[in-house]
Design a protein around this ligand. Structure first.
Ligand SMILES: [Zn+2]
Length: 124
């Protein structure tokens, strides 16, 4: 570290990624964007936003996943939201058994039960 440089630590979460994108510092060291849960048995499970979104349990997403994949020679048309990095905007508890997750693409209809979150989480 050179004189005049200021180290900054920002705790993990969604806000640092947004702050970094706005501040555009020359150098930023971070881990991959994602989220983590510490369960009450003390284990830590981590998630990528993309994995959570790809496993959305809502009826619309389950229906989409059950469709056959498009032929490989067709180009996928992306919406403007598809071209930006996916982030998690908000999580809200549903009773005492689940969370809803609002993603940066606007999708928020999936109810992620604790069992599903447990299955989707990676332990490190
Ligand atoms: Zn969904």
């Amino acid at each position: 570290m050179r004189e005049g440089e200021l180290p900054v630590f920002w705790a993990c979460g969604v806000t640092p990624q947004l702050a970094l994108a706005a501040a555009r510092p020359e150098i930023a060291m971070t881990h991959s964007p994602g989220c983590m849960f510490v369960t009450n048995d003390g284990s830590l499970r981590s998630y990528s936003f993309r994995a959570l979104r790809d496993h959305c349990p809502c009826a619309t997403c389950r229906e989409k996943r059950s469709q056959p994949p498009p032929p490989p020679n067709l180009l996928t048309v992306l919406s403007p939201a598809d071209t930006r990095p996916l982030t998690l905007v908000e999580m809200k508890p549903v009773g005492h058994y689940a969370y809803t997750i609002r993603f940066s693409d606007g999708h928020d209809t999936g109810i992620y039960t604790f069992e599903l979150l447990w299955e989707l989480g990676r332990t490190s």
